[in-house]
Design a protein around this ligand. Structure first.
Ligand code: PHE
Length: 356
């Protein structure tokens, strides 16, 4: 009986060493069979219990049981450890090294890209307007004539169409589908949606890409970006518009840059104005960029024309509103003193790095 307990103690000691020494899961499975299988010392010990007196069998049985538990837990712990090692080795061998690009036989470090200055400017502008309580909305770049012109009080053959040289898309009847020439059609989408959902008022800005058949020069691109603003509510006045423009100007360009509104004409606003800001190059003293006026034109604005409200089905007796629209690229140009706007589309890395 005591020899049984001794041999179990020896078994545990040698098993502990053997388990610790095993190097792989396959080796461990063989060892497991040796330690716990039918021909194992443990199995033999179990059988030998039969020849003991009931008294002896009780405590010897407990020793056998305890030994089995020790062996099983030694094996289980080792199995977990070896599985971890195997997984780490597998991950290591299958890992893809994304840190290098192989060009021919030369390894080059990856140069991560970053958003360009127009995208960064758009986000900065959105932030300013969101801070003033506006929501940000989106609209399609391809529009029908109705959204881009007619609903904005610019009927076919209206002379004001000359303000926007238009790229038409070859779809449907000639000159019915086009690349939007400004973000103003998004106003129409928002107003129609608000009427449909009975969800007036509207306080939204709508940034996006626009297209005009213009020859690119230092201050114009054929594909450019605008941000449109629209407020429709009860009791909105021109003073609200002027306040929003001035607030925005100081917030975005800094406290020493201010705005002014000059009478202008747009078919969809009445009265209409052009809004100008202090020239950021000369800070108002007059320079070549601002044609020695000290002011730079940023965009257009005005009170929503009742004809536009009629086109979308808003009651102009109850609601009034204002709208504005200006160039995001122009803003970036003014804020970062970019002499020639064409730099925005040339992808010269020396220019791109200035803003990364
Ligand atoms: N959509 C006009 C343009 O692109 C700008 C504008 C927007 C004017 C909103 C008035 C109101 O020229």
């Amino acid at each position: 009986m005591s020899s049984l307990v001794d041999s179990l103690a020896t078994l545990v000691a040698s098993a502990r060493a053997a388990v610790a020494a095993s190097q792989s899961l396959a080796e461990l499975e063989i060892l497991s069979a040796e330690l716990l299988g039918k021909k194992s010392v443990l199995a033999t010990s179990q059988k030998s219990l039969a020849s003991l007196t009931p008294e002896e069998r009780k405590s010897a049985g407990a020793s056998v049981h305890e030994t089995r538990q020790i062996l099983e837990s030694l094996l289980a712990d080792k199995r977990t450890a070896l599985e971890g090692v195997a997984l780490a080795a597998k991950l290591e061998s299958e890992a893809l090294d994304l840190g290098d690009v192989v060009v021919g036989s030369v390894r080059l470090p990856v140069q991560a890209g970053s958003p360009g200055i127009v995208a960064l400017t758009q986000v900065a502008l959105e932030d300013v307007f969101v801070g003033m309580g506006f929501e940000v909305a989106d609209g399609p770049e391809i529009e029908t004539d109705w959204y881009n012109f007619e609903a904005l009080n610019i009927p076919p053959a209206h002379p004001a169409r000359g303000m926007w040289d238009t790229f038409y898309v070859d779809l449907g009847e000639p000159e019915t589908v086009l690349l939007r020439t400004h973000t103003s059609p998004t106003q129409i989408h928002l107003m129609r949606e608000a009427v449909r959902n009975n969800s007036l008022p509207i306080h939204a800005v709508m940034p996006g890409r626009c297209f005009r058949r213009d020859t690119p020069d230092a201050r114009h691109l054929a594909a450019f970006h605008q941000i449109e603003g629209l407020v429709v509510d009860e009791g909105i006045t021109f003073a609200d518009l002027a306040g929003v423009i001035e607030n925005f100007t100081r917030e975005y360009f800094g406290p020493d840059i201010t705005s002014r509104l000059r009478p202008a004409y747009f078919p969809f606003t009445e009265p209409s104005a052009e809004f100008e800001i202090t020239c950021t190059i000369c800070r108002g003293d007059g320079c070549r960029t601002c044609s020695h006026t000290g002011w730079i034109e940023l965009g257009g604005c005005g009170m929503v024309d009742p004809a536009v409200f009629a086109a979308v089905g808003i009651d102009a007796e109850r609601y009034s509103g204002f709208a504005f629209g200006f160039g995001i690229d122009r803003c970036a140009q003014m804020r970062h003193q970019i002499a020639d706007m064409r730099a925005l589309t040339e992808n010269d890395v020396r220019f791109l790095r200035r803003f990364s």
